[in-house]
Design a protein around this ligand. Sequence first.
Ligand SMILES: [Zn+2]
Length: 463
Amino acid sequence: MNWFQIAKNREQELVKELQSLLRIESVLDEAKATAEAPFGPGPLAALEWMLARGEEQGMRVKNIDQMAGHIEMGEGEEILGILCHVDVVPASDLSTWSYPPFEGRIVDGKLYGRGAIDDKGPTIAAWMAMKMVKDAGIPLTKRVRMIIGADEESHFRCVKRYFAKEEMPTIGFAPDADFPLINAEKGIAELVFSQKSKRQADEKLVSFHAGQRVNMVPDLATAVLKSASANIEGKFNEFLLENNLEGSLNLDTDRYIIMIKGKSSHAMEPQNGINAAVYLAKFLTTELDGAGYEFVRFITEVFDGDHTAHVLGFAYRDDVSGETTLNPGIVSFNEQGGSIEISMRYAVTYPFEEKITAVQQYMQETDFILDIAGNSQPHYVPEEDELVQTLLSVYREHTGDFSKPLSTGGGTYAREMKKGVAFGMLYPGEPDLAHQANEFVVVENLVKAAAIYADSIVRLASK
Ligand SMILES: [Zn+2]
């Protein structure tokens, strides 16, 4: 079958459907959420629109509590799952868009709009693929099920509810990330270091604060000092200069307020940011006493110039997913002492229990304890696996691109499936405009992706 030609012949239909779906402003609206529309009217309208397309084609459709749904074709014990989502993030500042975000205007072969690449474009490409396979009359030996979520951008309540009630597909892919495919996703754990000793009334550090979200590198850190060395101002300016940082030091009656600016970045790539908390802690090590001193000394010893916390024995890398990294995202000190909240992204073969237990034991000798506040297991389908091999070879045949499978420190939709990978539809080298102004999808790439998905469905779900 020349899947590309078949998809090309249906380009108008593909574009029209995508425009219709894109015009539904399917943004989560908690204020308008009801039992009938748990994420508000927009996400529900988009979900119902998709399910109506399935019904039109005579496929089996099911709506799961207005949160998610599926469109299914084919017969068999096993299920090939295709995991998509039809909710989008808000368009934000409209003045930053060159074209209206909910219109679907095409300019120079690019279709613009919120959701064009995340995830309505890929959803419609996969939907077109299902129709192409159906219309080709190819007998399927598995059920092919498109699973549609309406809350991916916020809390994943859609797929959580879906899989609590419905069958888990045997194998699957999520067209919600990159080509060629992502088969390794690091584990994501939240760790908290809490200080055992409390702040004494007479010690110098009054408070320290940096960061609001554990999954971001803090770009601002502030400390309040009760007293300081005579030349603190000179030392501070020297420190800023040496480290190429911006900051300020102000005397407010008897207190110094010290601030350092860093650079934000996602916690999965802490090396791309500048952690303001770590720099401020480092500066303060020569100024403090008591619990405040122990606090900044600990941060400096563990995190200064090192995102792997090797001093504590966390460090670990493997070939499939790379380095294990720690991001101190929320750092604070007050009367209760200090606490450091961390987003840890660990390699897929990381011996989590063993490593954490060893660190916890080591911590007994120190002024801190370590707790696990959350842990989402790594997600990994080996490269040798038939699913990965099949999808890779389809992609390679259609594109001539022999890029290696990818790993990520973030989480994709695929990790909701037992055996699933993220598969497209951003091609290598394409700018990723998901969640940004002027989000677009290249129409020609939609056609190519529909062909790749159709061929994949046939190879995975027919004899
Ligand atoms: Zn997405």
